[in-house]
Every structure is written in structure tokens, then in C-alpha cells.
Write a protein that binds this ligand. Sequence first.
Ligand code: AMP
Length: 115
Amino acid sequence: MTETVFAKIIRRELPADIVYEDDQVLAFRDINPQAPTHVLVIPKVEIATVNDIQPGQAELVGRMVLAAQRIAAEEGIAEDGYRLVVNCNRHGCQEVYHLHLHLIGGRQLRGISAG
Ligand code: AMP
């Protein structure tokens, strides 16, 4: 698999504003935030896309969601709400081929459009 910028962030070869870390999950602020809170939650193991998640990685994906839940609370956006987004492949506009949840909030978001 092609090396991604997120692999470099995991290895601390690229700087990132890390907001959460445990043995399996890392979360850091998006370099091009779309809202006051825009955090990316990633697994430390390399999984390219949602299509590549294996059944045995179900707990890991759950840990990513729980990390996002915790960060949302820490950011003070849990009650007002937020959005978790995963883009997949070309039609989903995925740019970085290392699985990530976008945690986006801190302002009123628009409805998800088809385009
Ligand atoms: P996606 O289109 O779902 O693959 O989103 C990739 C996201 O990664 C984009 O929102 C980028 O702004 C973000 N991104 C790319 N490089 C970095 C970086 N070095 N540090 C933080 N976020 C990044």
C-alpha cells in the first residue's frame, strides 16, 4: 500500500495537533478545518478504506467511534451535536487512503447534499 501522510503522523515524522491517543487509535486536528472543531480519528494500523475493514477489526472501528464521542465531549460540542463522516474512494472524494473519521462540529452544519 502507498505510504500516506497519516502513517507519517503516526510515526511522528510529520507534526500534527494531536488531541487523543491510545494504543490503537490516534486523533488530530484537520489541517484544513471545515468547522470550529474538525478532528480526524484514525486507526494506528493501516487500513486504506472502509472497503478494507475486516470483520476482526469491528472492535477497532468501535474504538474509533468512542474516541470521537469522547473528543466531542471534550470539545464541548456533544450536546449541540456534530457529524461523523467517512469518505470512501473516488466517488466519496477520499483524498488520504488511511481510514479516518471526520469529527466536524462547533457550528450549525448544513444538510448533507447529494453533490
Ligand atoms: P478525505 O477527503 O476524507 O480523505 O480527507 C482527508 C483530510 O485530511 C482532509 O480534510 C485534509 O485536510 C486532511 N489532511 C491532509 N493532510 C493532513 C495533515 N498533514 N494533517 C492534518 N490533516 C490533514
